[in-house]
Design a protein around this ligand. Structure first.
Ligand code: TYD
Ligand code: MG
Length: 460
């Protein structure tokens, strides 16, 4: 049999491999993304074989496996601990993705300083900024520490040696797209470089029991640049999101081998760095205008945590041509579907109306339970009748106009109560099986027609 060629062409957008060069990737359709790469080198092969621990694994009887409570290192920021599932697990590899300038380096510098204060040795590897630049930022953030090393390097072999010499407890890699494995001929940031360097960091983390944070850049489409496979390799994937024009930042766990996913932590970017926001609901509702039409509040669930947010809608007659629809912070398709249901089931004539949607504070809401609040905000703007400032709406809407059950309704209602809401509309099917808190009126609803009738009694 002929020897398999060591050269292959890899799509830099999706990681598809081909033995010959192609103009267009047959997998993802991207043009001009195929790049020549050499066969996986040492690091990847070894990683695949050794299960990251340096030993060839053996099959073990399940009863003989000892479980141990994973000790976690806590940062001073409760929001960070919460997102990580209780703290940082030693030996774990954590990927943190986000748009440029969103504050990833700032967050990691603050986390490092805090773990350093707690007596752990930290090594901050930067391929993007010089030691001087990092020092300047550290000064701005008021970070100082004696056992805190800054290391501007991109060569993974040199990094491995330094880690073995310094023996840190925590390592920050900023960013994975700047790291290179010199044996691999492709450029920094290419799929194979990113993959091999990640595999190498995984091995370093597992063999030395060091927690490693890796910064990954995000592409236009929102995936961590280059390969999605990076997300499969690491233990935890966090996204740092937010609107650069707003000061709010949300740290979201999209994968976590040591905790539940979809947990979020909320921060605010201020002069002295990131500050945690202890009560996000309060902040999202802060600027709410009482008595304005087109606004409705929902108790949305982010991970295990209920968050109150305002949904705004503005309906205006279309001047000419096609009706315009935009949605920021909400899923456009969800909004279109609810408009269609309202048109068909509740008789609202929306086809010749422009509709603009916004979730306030730049928070992204994507959960079925927000449907009812979207529908109410549409009706409120359409009729130009305000909703009461003390009402909150929870429920999913089906295509026949029925209000469907949502999960964890008790937590949502309690959060609404905590913030002083006095009335909450929720699906009738959600009424049983939990303790209804006092001082908050609960209004069960079964259809969208019924809900609109109850919320706007003078309108239909
Ligand atoms: P940075 O952490 O460099 O972003 P990333 O690493 O994700 O690219 O954050 C840069 C932004 O944060 C920059 O626009 C300035 C702002 N910032 C503050 O507002 N306050 C601060 O204390 C710091 C350090 C940065
Ligand atoms: Mg940075």
């Amino acid at each position: 049999m002929a020897k398999k060629s060591a050269v292959k062409f890899v799509c830099q957008a999706c990681g598809y491999e081909s033995p010959k060069w192609l103009g267009r990737c047959p997998n993802c359709g991207a043009w001009n993304q195929m790049e020549e790469e050499r066969e996986a080198t040492k690091a990847v092969k070894q990683q695949q074989r050794s299960n990251f621990t340096g030993h060839v694994p053996q099959a073990v009887v399940i009863e003989d496996i000892k479980t141990e409570n994973i000790p976690r290192v806590k940062t001073e920021m409760e929001e960070v601990n919460h997102v990580l599932g209780g703290g940082i697990v030693p030996g774990s590899l954590i990927l943190i993705g986000g748009d440029p300038g969103i504050g990833k380096s700032t967050l990691l510098l603050q986390i490092s300083a805090q773990i350093n204060n707690a007596g752990h040795r930290v090594l901050y590897i930067s391929g993007e900024e010089s030691a001087g630049q990092i020092k300047m930022r550290a000064e701005r953030l008021g970070v100082k520490g004696t056992d805190f090393y800054i290391y501007p390097e991109t060569d993974i072999d040199a990094i491995r040696e330094t880690i073995e010499k310094i023996k840190p407890d925590f390592v920050i890699v900023d960013s994975i797209q700047t790291m290179i494995q010199p044996e691999n001929n492709s450029t920094a940031g290419s799929v194979s470089q990113v993959r091999e360097c990640t595999a190498e960091f995984m091995r370093i983390a597992k063999t030395n029991d060091i927690a490693i944070f890796i910064v990954g850049h995000v592409t236009k489409e929102g995936a961590i640049a280059g390969p999605r496979m990076l997300e499969h390799m690491v233990d935890t994937v966090l996204y740092f999101e937010g609107d650069r024009h707003h000061s709010f930042r949300i740290l979201r766990a999209v994968k976590n081998r040591f905790g539940s996913t979809d947990e979020i932590g909320v921060f605010e970017m201020i002069e002295g760095g990131l500050r945690e926001v202890k009560n996000p609901s309060e902040m999202f509702l802060e600027e709410r205008l009482a008595g304005a039409s087109g606004s409705a509040v929902v108790a949305s669930l982010e991970g295990t945590r209920p968050i109150l947010a305002e949904i705004q809608c503005l309906i205006t007659p279309t001047a000419f041509g096609n009706a315009r629809r935009t949605a920021s912070g909400l899923d456009y398709n969800r909004v279109a579907l609810i408009m269609a249901v309202l048109e068909k089931r509740a008789g609202l004539l929306l086809q010749n109306q422009d509709a603009y949607f916004k979730s306030t504070g730049g928070v992204k809401l994507d959960e079925p339970a927000i449907d009812l609040a979207i529908a109410v905000s549409i009706a409120s703007s359409y009729w130009d009748v305000e909703t009461s400032a003390s009402e909150c709406f929870i429920g999913e809407i089906g295509l026949t106009g029925e209000i469907r059950r949502v999960n964890r309704v008790e937590q949502r209602v309690n959060e609404a109560k905590k913030l002083g809401f006095t009335k909450v509309y929720l699906p009738k099917n959600n009424m049983a099986g939990w303790k209804h808190p006092e001082d908050i009126q609960i209004i069960p609803v079964t259809t969208i027609q019924e809900t609109l009738h109850k919320v706007f009694p003078n309108k239909n």
